[in-house]
Ligand binder design. Structure first.
Ligand code: GSH
Length: 244
């Protein structure tokens, strides 16, 4: 099949789509956009949500990780991303929805809060992710965009604090899903695993959350699947939020 995937390396749902493609044995043409400029780049290509992942599958535009997985499942039915047994399928579908609606948002809110509220974290992001020349200067000028991106992802101080509070229980739930075999099997991830693993890996990439993420089976599992998220250095914004 003819597939193009628009994403960027720190996008957790972008990785969800990549894991689903890999499980289907489909290698999409990967277009890595610059975070922050990606809504405009997508708009110019005819996508209207302004979020990654976005894909073109056999000529059709599809936006959103859930939608891309559904379309992939339709176009390439085997191997299925869902178990055949109806009760297990329902449990995997529920975990997939939770992964998108809840788990996905937690590390994103914390990361975007840190980028918007700590200059050094923004310099790191400009250098490693946005690949901007003169990262220190870019960090200064990108403050309004960073604040906007944080606001769009519930990355206000209140939102990031709430995400921090929810994270341990969310990671407990991932460990339980993994123990129940609901995130995949010996052959690879299912739809829930593809949705959830990148968000766990993103949380584990944040230095200041290590005491929450270390030693968890779900983190070891996720890091084995998603190896391309650059670890973030300690951020004064997260330290202050956790200390407060
Ligand atoms: N739930 C959506 C989330 C998509 C999303 O928010 N992607 C982020 C990057 S991880 C994005 O592009 N955000 C753009 C923005 O906030 O303006 C999905 O799973 O596709």
């Amino acid at each position: 099949m003819d597939a193009t995937l628009y994403t960027f390396p720190i996008s957790n749902p972008g990785w969800s789509a990549r894991l689903a493609f890999a499980r289907k044995g489909v290698e999409p043409k990967l277009v890595q956009l610059r975070p922050g400029l990606h809504p405009a780049a997508l708009w110019l290509r005819g996508y209207r949500r302004g979020t990654v992942p976005a894909a073109k599958l056999d000529g059709r535009r599809v936006e959103g990780s859930l939608e891309i997985v559904q379309e992939l499942e339709r176009l390439v039915p085997e191997p299925s991303l869902y178990p055949a047994d109806p009760a297990r399928r329902a449990a995997v579908e529920e975990a997939e929805r939770w992964g998108e609606a809840v788990m996905q948002r937690l590390p994103r809110a914390i990361a975007r809060y840190a980028i918007a509220h700590d200059h050094e974290t923004r310099v790191w992001f400009m250098r490693e992710h946005a690949r901007m020349p003169l990262p220190a200067l870019s960090a200064t000028f990108s403050l309004p965009v960073s604040r906007l991106m944080a606001a769009r992802a519930n990355g206000s101080e209140e939102g990031a604090r709430a995400a921090l509070e929810q994270l341990p229980a969310a990671l407990d739930r991932v460990d339980a899903l993994l123990a129940d075999g609901l995130l995949g099997d010996a052959d690879g991830v299912n739809a829930a695993g593809a949705q959830i693993a990148p968000s766990v890996a993103l949380a584990a990439s944040l230095h200041d959350l290590r005491d929450i993420t270390a030693g968890r089976p779900g983190v070891a599992w996720a890091e084995g699947l998603v190896s391309g998220i650059e670890p973030a250095p300690s951020s004064a914004a997260i330290v202050a939020l956790r200390g407060a």
